[in-house]
Design a protein around this ligand. Structure first.
Ligand code: NZQ
Ligand code: ZN
Length: 384
């Protein structure tokens, strides 16, 4: 195990009914002029919006400016609109209610308000935020762990580059996690969420350079099995609140920094290859990952033979690395997440140019152990 620093200041309030009980008080504790950020329709359709507004009112918060329309794979132009509205209204706290896209865009707005340049500078690595507005989040879709991490991912709608960054200023102050809000997540996004949460676990598990990491390994293996079990139960019965609760907390634990503490230097290769897919073709992030992961695992069979064999044994009870990869791919198919570029609607002739984007992103993230040809090879195998 290697040396690490772990700091996660986000307060988590978890449980059925917490959205009504805790949202207003959490926001009031941070400010009085609120920017409420949300997506397209889901929070109005499933009653979450009404619960949030009632909770704000009960806490005496009436100065609320709404900023809606955040799209899945959120884009820079919309984020900039949010910055302008937040400045004009002089809000002093942001409340984000929605999935990872809403939380990520709200983080960009929270930092962008204090920055005179283009907020894209944060994402391209040209600048780093020095401060941000306090952020309270009510996640409605468990997948990204944005509710308890300092990351944000945005697509530049002019260049289609999809970049992300971390900043200590972007941890939400409070995450109000109410599993009942997730009962309406449709089957496709339930599947993509399971894939994304598993992807966050495996990046550090396979690529970390620490030699002996029994804590982190079992953390990952236990959570991966749990996420698969919960996803299966939810797909069987979307109203299964126990499974929704387990999924919600598992997804947070999968990418809140705890699982990678001590694994040493690690890469993020599946995300490096996936971001150009969802950035260019606007597919769900989890759907892009289920296309990339099996192809990537087969490509790194010689790089991480023991770890892949261990994954097969501990997660699936299987004897060989190859069987483990097949089993994971079969599970992706079972939950109906795509496993080929064609299923994701991605043209195979674009592979070299997608690889250009992935390599560029790799440079930004400090990933240097994949050549352009390596990425082409992985994507070619995902094309079959
Ligand atoms: O827009 P609305 O109407 O709200 O609909 C959303 C959206 O269409 C819907 N939805 C959300 N909660 C719902 C619901 N529908 C019914 N009931 C509910 N309770 O689901 C759709 C997808 O939402 P989205 O927020 O896009 O999904 P997700 O949470 O998977 O977020 C994906 C984004 O996060 C980024 C991804 O790249 C992608 O842009 N990521 C962020 C990370 C981070 N901050 O650490 C890490 C990840 O690796 C990832 O890159
Ligand atoms: Zn992800």
């Amino acid at each position: 195990m290697k040396a690490f620093e772990f700091h996660n200041p986000t307060k988590v309030i978890f449980g059925n009914g917490t959205v009504s009980e805790a949202t207003g008080l959490a926001v009031a504790d941070a400010g009085s002029k609120v920017l409420l950020v949300y997506g397209k329709q889901s929070i109005k359709r499933n009653g979450t919006y009404d619960k949030v507004i009632s909770s704000l009112k009960a806490a005496g918060l009436t100065d609320v400016v709404e900023f809606s329309g955040v799209k899945s794979n959120p884009c820079l132009s919309h984020l900039k609109e949010g910055v302008a509205i937040a400045r004009e209204a002089a809000v002093d706290v942001i409340l984000a209610v929605g999935g990872g896209s809403v939380m990520d865009e709200a983080k960009g707005i929270a930092a962008g308000v204090f920055y005179n340049g283009d907020p894209w500078d944060f994402y391209s690595g040209a600048a780093a935020p020095e401060q941000a507005l306090p952020l309270i989040v009510v996640p409605t879709l468990p997948a990204t762990a944005s509710e308890m991490n300092s990351g944000t991912v945005i697509t530049n709608d002019v260049t289609q580059e999809k970049y992300g960054f971390f900043s200590e200023h972007l941890f939400p102050k409070v995450a109000v996690m109410d599993p009942e809000l997730t009962h309406t997540v449709p089957k496709d996004y339930t599947a993509y969420s399971g894939v994304d949460a598993i992807s966050h676990l495996i990046e550090g598990y396979f690529t970390g350079d620490a030699k002996w990491t029994p804590i982190q390994d079992r953390y990952v293996e236990g959570l991966a099995k749990t996420i698969m079990e919960a996803t299966d139960r939810i797909l069987e019965n979307p109203e299964d609140n126990e499974a929704r609760s387990v999924m919600m907390w598992s997804a947070t634990l999968a990418w809140n920094g705890l699982g990678v503490s001590g694994v040493g230097n690690m890469g993020f290769p599946n995300h490096m290859i996936e971001h150009p897919l969802s950035g260019r073709y606007d597919i769900a992030h989890g759907a892009g990952l289920s296309i990339v992961i099996p192809a990537w695992m087969r490509f790194v069979l010689d790089r991480y033979p023991e770890k892949l064999a261990r994954f097969a044994r501990e997660v699936f009870g299987l004897d060989s690395a190859e069987e483990g990869i097949d089993a994971l791919e079969a599970w992706f198919k079972k939950i109906k997440s795509p496993t080929t570029l064609a299923e994701g609607g991605i043209p195979a002739e674009e592979i070299p140019s997608i690889a250009d984007d992935a390599i560029k992103l790799g440079h930004l993230w400090g990933i240097s152990d994949y050549t352009h040809q390596d990425v082409v090879c992985i994507l070619n195998s995902a094309a079959k």
